[in-house]
Unconditional design. Sequence first.
Length: 56
Amino acid sequence: MNRQDGVSNGIGLRSKKGSRIYTQRKAIVEPVNGQIKECRGLRRFLLRGLEKVNGE
């Protein structure tokens, strides 16, 4: 999405148009992020906490 999509032009997410545009994110952006994380092995950690995960 670009700046002409309406969300960043003041329409906002609460409007019908803004909400409709934002729901497209699930189909456009999120699968790509999940695939990248899976390929790089960033899906699961053995430890909890940022400091411990960084050491892992």
